[in-house]
Design a protein around this ligand. Structure first.
Ligand SMILES: [Fe+2]
Ligand SMILES: [Fe+2]
Length: 212
């Protein structure tokens, strides 16, 4: 089963590509609440959608914070590209949370502020520190999504749509990680300590968001 996760194909950079079965994001001006409701999810799907919704909200805010500081600099385009993908991820889970009537985590306002502060704070330490933040966050998220893919595949009735959505997003998070490395994350001051602290924070946020 672990091997089958590792073999899942890398998908394209394009967010919500035309050959994906991920439902399209509603055009601007429409509300996601009009998306058709689904049957109430089982406990696993409920937990997955709640925690991933929180995680993608946090990721959106991290990149927003980085853009606020570095948006006009040489790394602006690179960060903006990753941010655009995170916005798609967030929209997708906002749609799923409504369709499946999943309760969002009560920590949503906290992750909103904490995400922006992490992004802006790391960016204030410089471009390489911002990339180190990206590497740390995306390392945890890729592991987290791989864990979920295993759980879904081992469940009695795997949710095919959720499987494909998470696979696509996992691949894009891996690309963000690789971008961070290629942009000099490992040359950031205190790289090891900084990434360990951020990873611990992300894992804690994931554990909390699963349950409350
Ligand atoms: Fe994401
Ligand atoms: Fe990402």
């Amino acid at each position: 089963m672990l091997k089958s996760v590792a073999r899942l194909p890398l998908m394209t950079l394009r967010c919500l590509s035309s050959n994906s079965t991920v439902p399209p994001t509603p055009p601007s001006g429409t509300t996601t609440s009009k998306a058709p409701l689904r049957p109430r999810p089982n406990a696993l799907t409920d937990e997955i959608i709640r925690v991933d919704h929180a995680g993608e909200l946090g990721a959106d805010r991290i990149y927003a914070g980085q853009m606020a500081i570095l948006g006009n600099g040489p790394m602006g385009k690179t960060i903006e590209h990753m941010w655009e993908q995170e916005k798609c991820h967030r929209k997708q889970f906002e749609q799923l949370i409504q369709q499946h009537r999943v309760r969002p985590t009560i920590m949503t306002p906290i992750w909103n502020v904490a995400g922006f502060m992490l992004g802006a704070g790391s960016a204030l330490m410089g471009e390489k520190a911002a990339m180190a933040c990206t590497v740390a966050v995306e390392t945890v998220i890729v592991e987290h999504y791989n864990d979920q893919l295993r759980q879904i595949m081992e469940s009695p009735n795997p949710d095919k749509e959720l499987l494909e959505t998470i696979t696509k997003f996992r691949d894009e998070e891996q690309e963000h990680h690789d971008t961070g490395i290629n942009c000099g994350a490992e040359q950031a001051p205190f790289y090891q300590a900084m990434t360990e602290v951020i990873k611990f924070g992300c894992k804690t946020a994931i554990a909390i968001s699963k349950k409350i």
